[in-house]
Write a protein that binds this ligand. Structure first.
Ligand SMILES: Nc1nc2c(c(=O)[nH]1)N[C@H]1C(S)=C(S)[C@@H](COP(=O)(O)OP(=O)(O)OC[C@H]3O[C@@H](n4cnc5c(=O)[nH]c(N)nc54)[C@H](O)[C@@H]3O)O[C@H]1N2
Ligand SMILES: Nc1nc2c(c(=O)[nH]1)N[C@H]1C(S)=C(S)[C@@H](COP(=O)(O)OP(=O)(O)OC[C@H]3O[C@@H](n4cnc5c(=O)[nH]c(N)nc54)[C@H](O)[C@@H]3O)O[C@H]1N2
Ligand code: SF4
Ligand SMILES: [Mo]
Length: 747
């Protein structure tokens, strides 16, 4: 009999609701879930091919220990015992600063992060490296200054907007907002709406734009400074909004005084009239803005994010219908606070509590006594995902302890001392919603929750990541004796009595509050078979004990059992349950600066903004004779899913990993389609096949990321991060992957 089970896609951060067909414990097909209020029947090619992610030859089944050049299968007891002994010794000899965590992109199975981070925190280290920091650090930094919180995002209200302006985002390929292709083609086709795309090349999104500003790569700072200067000079800004919600307006005026807009736009290779028209439309319409890696992983990353916030603020587009709404948490790692940890060698402060993967090799590969000596990796593959594979190989070779919690034998796991096999998303309980607010076409930001349940059984000894780090925490002596009441109520099957016992225990022992996830995992998790489900339950209880704030619960009683009722509804409805509605009229109340105003003047940016001048930028942009082309190192397209789709069979018959080159460059340098070439950069070289295509702008070549994986022992495609130098980064540590000087040579 055909069995379709409801779950969600874990291949990108959007997490569309899906149904999967399971035969003999294998996912054989995936289709969109039409019942889901989140994705409303939406799916993309990656979701359709989910089975390649779940079932592949590299899946890990047992704990492994490296002995010489080989891995040996060991028991869980041995793995946990040996890792904890080694770690205890390292911490004793070198202190907590010698330990770091590394978590990945937020795709797949993001929920267990908290266990690794909680584990490392409890051992006294604040060195949390994350993929998020490698893409968003600049934005976090800018939003910390302007909005008072590094984790507040400006999410476009694309349902009500009549103009979406896009900087360096190729949503038609990468998604990044729910149902991206539907939304973008909808705006594009509507004669009353405008889609403006700012991208050096004719990306898939640029192709459907009403206006495409094909600026020269790396010149967004000049363009933004020009746009703001135009808006100020022409009086196009929203004075009433500024008076009510913005601080520092008068103070920023001198930054733009006398700025030569025409000369600047010439450097950007853009027409003044066209940019002027975009400014007029943006200020007169219910406009919103969306930016992404094209600017985040590019020159002046953090400052460009700052200018975007200034642009939105002076046009009155934050927290208003059709504009950008504030979504996210209140977190600010103040770089001026001595309690904020900084990296030892590269002196980079934590941003939103995390550190950039770009600097990790330097933090390990040095001779300081406080260098990093042990790293725990979970859900990340730094040996393919982060800049400078060569630097990583060397640095990881110097670690005393590298533990990788993975579902596959990744390139990073292959270097580990211990590899711990995790259950995949489809073998565990894992909440689907946390990062991206679910926006449906009901017209406001609904809060919808979904919980994924196991749809297939494990075929080996894999454990939930939450359980693995609970075992490690216990072995490290971090879980003090817990009262019998927690075990007995956990085993009773009555969640109410467990809840009461837990609240009682934590009230008596507030010092153990930060160990709650592990306490819950060890008691309720063990009794019910899932550390992650148990924690989800207690998480909901906590929320219901708090005031709901903007997200007033819909349709649930507000009594003491509210959390339990919500929990049951979510378990029963994997397609999603509406648990709250944000009051958008109060959205601007989320601004977390001291006076509650969007702060557009900050001393930190003054010198830089003044220094952005056409002549100086032109000089900085001049190509080095040895590296005449610009490599866009990493393209997010339909044939990659970061490093999460290892089996190359899902792309059979396609050309997934090529060097995209404009026909003009192919002719200039004498390359032909299909020819094998060597791409050379400051960091290294890699061999790849040329694809002659208008997808690349003249002077620019493109390689996707997520390839060069060694699947079932064979490498396929080029590893773009062999070509990226870890030191080619912004001051906050973000890699300049969209701006890598290179040359191409025939083989
Ligand atoms: N040059 C270049 N490099 C890039 C980019 C680029 O544009 N250019 N893009 C970057 C971006 S934006 C990102 S977000 C990063 C992402 O890079 P990473 O942070 O490395 O994340 P992923 O490749 O998404 O997944 C990493 C690992 O998680 C494992 N995994 C999957 N499911 C589970 C699970 O349930 N449990 C556990 N423990 N592990 C699991 C996968 O097997 C995979 O090996 O790549 C970056 N790398
Ligand atoms: N299919 C697929 N989808 C994915 C992923 C994947 O691996 N595969 N990964 C996911 C992840 S983790 C992420 S972070 C997102 C990333 O999603 P995106 O940021 O949309 O991905 P990119 O392909 O880097 O697209 C950025 C755009 O910026 C443009 N660009 C390059 N240089 C410049 C410049 O100087 N200025 C401007 N204004 N634009 C420039 C590029 O031409 C490109 O069209 O994708 C997610 N979705
Ligand atoms: S958009 Fe993302 S979540 Fe949705 S099907 Fe595609 S890969 Fe999966
Ligand atoms: Mo990403």
């Amino acid at each position: 009999m055909e069995e379709w089970k409801k779950t969600t896609c874990a291949i990108c951060g959007i997490r569309c609701s899906l149904e999967v067909k399971v035969e003999n414990n294998r996912i054989v097909k995936a289709r969109p879930d039409k019942d889901s209020p989140v994705s409303e029947g939406y799916i993309c090619r990656k979701g359709m091919n989910l089975a390649y992610h779940q079932h592949n030859a590299d899946r890990l089944l047992y704990p492994l220990k490296r002995v010489g050049n080989k891995f040996e299968r060991i028991s869980w007891d041995q793995a946990i015992g040996e890792i904890s002994e080694k770690l205890k010794k390292l911490l004793q000899d070198h202190g907590p600063r010698s330990l770091a965590s590394m978590v990945g992109g937020g795709e797949f199975n993001f929920y267990p992060w908290r266990f690794l981070i909680g584990f490392v925190d409890a051992l006294g280290s604040r060195y949390h490296y994350s993929a998020g920091n490698q893409e968003f650090a600049g934005r976090y930094w800018a939003h910390g200054l302007t909005l008072g919180s590094q984790l507040l995002e400006l999410v476009p209200d694309y349902k009500h907007t009549d103009m979406m302006m896009v900087f360096g985002w190729n949503g038609m390929m990468s998604h990044q907002i729910p149902q991206a292709r539907r939304v973008l083609t909808g705006i594009s086709k509507d004669p009353d709406k405008l889609l403006v795309v700012i991208d050096p090349r004719r990306s898939e999104t640029a192709k459907i734009a009403d206006i495409h500003l094909a600026l020269r790569p790396g010149t967004d700072a000049l363009l933004l400074k020009s746009m703001i200067a135009i808006i100020l000079r022409e009086g196009l800004y929203d004075q009433e909004y500024i008076d009510r919600h913005v601080s520092g307006f008068q103070e920023i005026l001198p930054w733009f005084d006398g700025f030569d807009v025409k000369a600047a736009l010439k450097v950007c290779e853009l027409e003044y009239d066209q940019v002027f028209r975009v400014c007029q439309e943006f200020t007169k319409r219910q406009s919103c803005l969306r930016d992404d890696l094209g600017i985040l992983m590019n020159r002046h990353s953090a400052f460009v994010s700052y200018l975007l916030a200034v642009l939105l603020a002076i046009c009155g587009r934050i927290g208003v219908p059709g504009g950008n709404y504030l979504v996210g948490e209140k977190i600010y790692s103040d770089p001026n606070d001595p309690r904020t940890w900084r990296t030892a060698v590269t002196d980079i402060p934590a941003i939103a509590g995390t550190f950039p993967p770009n600097v990790m090799p330097e933090e390990i590969d040095n001779d300081r006594p406080d260098r990093i000596r042990s790293v725990f990796v979970m859900g990340a593959n730094p040996l393919r995902s982060y800049a400078d594979t060569t630097a990583y190989e060397k640095a990881f070779g110097r670690l005393d302890l590298l533990v990788v919690a993975e579902i596959v034998m990744s390139e990073t796991a292959a270097l580990a001392h211990y590899v711990l096999p995790c259950r995949s998303t489809y073998e565990s309980w894992s909440p689907a919603d946390a990062i991206i607010p679910s926006t449906t076409n009901r017209g406001f930001l609904d809060v919808i929750s979904r919980m994924r349940r196991p749809v297939v059984e494990v075929e080996g000894e894999q454990k939930e990541t939450g359980e693995i780090f609970t075992l490690l925490a216990d072995a490290m002596g971090l879980l003090s004796a817990l009262p019998d009441s927690l075990y007995s109520t956990a085993g009773s099957g009555d969640l109410r009595t467990y809840r009461d016992a837990l609240i009682h225990y934590l009230t008596e022992h507030p010092e153990n509050l930060n160990m709650t996830p592990f306490i819950v995992a060890k008691t309720l998790g063990n009794a019910t078979g899932s550390a992650q489900l148990a924690n989800y339950f207690t998480g909901l209880l906590q929320r219901s004990r708090m005031k709901q704030g903007e997200a007033a619960r819909v349709g649930f009683d507000t009594g003491p059992d509210q959390g339990l009722a919500v929990y049951k509804a979510i378990i029963d409805h994997p397609e999603g349950v509406l648990v709250g509605v944000q009051d958008l009229a109060k959205n601007l109340g989320r601004v977390a600066t001291k006076d509650g105003r969007i702060r557009i003047h900050a001393a930190e940016v003054e010198d830089w903004i003044k220094g952005i001048k056409p002549d100086d930028e032109e000089k900085r942009l001049e190509a080095d004779a040895a590296f005449p082309l610009l490599l866009m190192a990493g393209r997010h397209m339909d044939m990659n899913a970061n490093t999460g789709m290892r089996n190359p069979a899902w792309n059979e018959g396609k050309r997934p990993c090529t060097l995209a080159m404009n026909p003009a460059d192919a002719e200039k340098y004498g390359f032909s389609d299909g020819q094998m070439v060597k791409v050379i950069t400051e960091a290294g070289e890699e061999t790849i096949e040329v694809e002659v295509t208008g997808d690349a702008r003249a002077g620019q070549v493109i390689i996707p990321h997520g390839f060069g994986l060694v699947y079932d022992g064979v490498k396929y495609g080029a590893n773009v991060n062999r070509l990226t130098k870890n030191t080619n980064r912004d001051f906050v540590g973000t890699p300049m992957h969209r701006y890598v000087p290179c040359r191409v040579e025939a083989l």
